[in-house]
Ligand binder design. Structure first.
Ligand SMILES: [Zn+2]
Length: 414
């Protein structure tokens, strides 16, 4: 079409030019270049058209070649839709007594493609896959099945195992609620730590998503940690730590290194005694000072008879080697597992405190799920040192919850 129009234009142009030349003898000499130009234009357009035609032919050829494949794809789709594939596969596997987890999963996935993710049998088949899996060695199968279930919008029993390989199956929903930095519940830590974590510091189980399983983490109005900055209110609490040496019990619980403190160590707040239950570490410090975290922090967790919690935070700066940390790191398990109590090792938590006890204070929460509130924090202004090597030897690269909104709170300072 384009070609015809151009040809018409050329004829008209020639005619026009001819007429012009005929009526204006003086313009005759100008006629030749105009004709040449128009001819060139037509040539160019013809070339472009030819190229386009060639390309179109190629596409048509490719389409022809693709037709069998398209038909095949339709057949596959139809196979799923009418259930033939599922039937074939079920028929094939029916003869096998013990279906491997992979095949069970394959079957479940085919069922999902056939019947859709809402089909109860699909969900059941996927769940069956989970149930029969050899937990230690079939991580990929578990995760695939879990992800398929999750994609189908189903509640999945043990999603967290996709992130950290478990020592044994973990489906005790209660255990996860107990497993926090909440003190007093760690005495029974032995079997509990075999369970996989249900939260993490990154990814799908990271702090942004804690609220899905632990509502207080998202809805709480006085969550910790905080970015510590002024204006401050005047703090009036008097702090008097009275920590005693005792046999060392230390655990890697998958989230931190934690020392369980035997009875006897206390922190007095205005002469009100709180028992030191445990202390643990975060890297970097969870608390920030004017928007900046320190290298690490130690949280000393205390509880009184009424169950009220007080956390004393000691910020850590890279510097000289810390002899107290040297003892702890010697015995701290590198991998998650049960607590260890090396025989004859005595530790005094007082060795980790700075001399000066000036502090910032605020009402906060546990900084790990379930993020329980009404925890009084005292963050000491004086820091203690750990050597850069000691800091990098801490087995958790990042185990700090991001700072939380201040909301209506005012940070106090003494
Ligand atoms: Zn902590």
């Amino acid at each position: 079409m384009k070609r015809i129009i151009l040809e018409v234009l050329l004829v008209l142009g020639l005619a026009g030019a001819g007429y012009f030349g005929w009526t204006q003898r003086a313009g005759y000499e100008a006629l030749q270049p105009q004709v040449t130009e128009l001819t060139e234009k037509v040539d160019e357009s013809t070339k472009a058209l030819e190229t386009a035609e060639e390309e179109l032919a190629k596409v048509q050829e490719a389409l022809k070649a693709a037709q069998p494949a398209t038909a095949e794809l339709s057949a596959v789709k139809a196979g799923f839709e009418n259930g033939d594939v599922l039937k074939d596969l079920e028929g094939l596997y029916a003869k096998q007594k013990n279906l491997s987890a992979e095949r069970q999963l394959g079957l479940a996935l085919v069922r999902m493609l056939t019947k859709g993710s809402e089909d109860p049998a699909t969900v059941e088949a996927l769940q069956k896959t989970l149930d029969q899996v050899d937990w230690k060695n079939k991580q990929k199968v578990i995760c695939a099945a879990q992800n398929a279930l999750a994609a189908a919008g189903k509640e999945v029993k043990v999603l967290a195992e996709c992130f950290v390989p478990p020592a044994k199956p973990a489906d005790d929903k209660k255990a996860k609620d107990e497993k926090a930095e909440e003190p007093g519940k760690d005495e029974k830590a032995g079997d509990k730590h075999a369970h996989a974590p249900h939260w993490d510091y990154e990814g799908a189980m990271g702090p942004d998503n804690w609220g899905k399983e632990f509502p207080t983490c998202a809805k709480g109005q006085s969550q910790a940690p905080l970015n510590i900055k002024g204006p401050f209110a005047k703090a009036l609490y008097k702090l008097a730590p009275d920590y005693k040496p005792g046999p060392l019990t230390i655990v890697n619980n998958g989230h931190t290194i934690q020392v369980t403190v035997p009875p006897g160590s206390k922190l007095r707040v205005d002469s009100k005694p709180y028992d030191l239950v445990q202390f643990h570490f975060h890297r970097p410090s969870e608390e920030q000072l004017d928007g900046k975290p320190m290298d690490m922090v130690i949280h000393f967790v205390h509880k009184n008879d009424a169950g009220e919690l007080v956390v004393l935070g000691v910020l850590i700066k890279a510097g000289n080697e810390n002899p107290g940390i040297k003892t702890l790191w010697t015995h701290a398990p590198a991998k998650e597992g049960p607590p260890v109590s090396p025989s004859g090792v005595v530790f005094n938590p007082a060795n980790l405190l700075p001399r000066e006890l000036d502090y910032f204070s605020y009402e906060g929460s546990l900084t790990t799920p379930p993020c329980t509130e009404k925890v009084r924090f005292f963050i000491l202004k004086s820091t203690v040192n750990m050597s850069p090597a000691q800091i990098s030897d801490f087995p958790f690269k990042m185990n700090a919850r991001p700072v939380q909104p201040l909301n209506k709170r005012v940070i106090e300072s003494n």
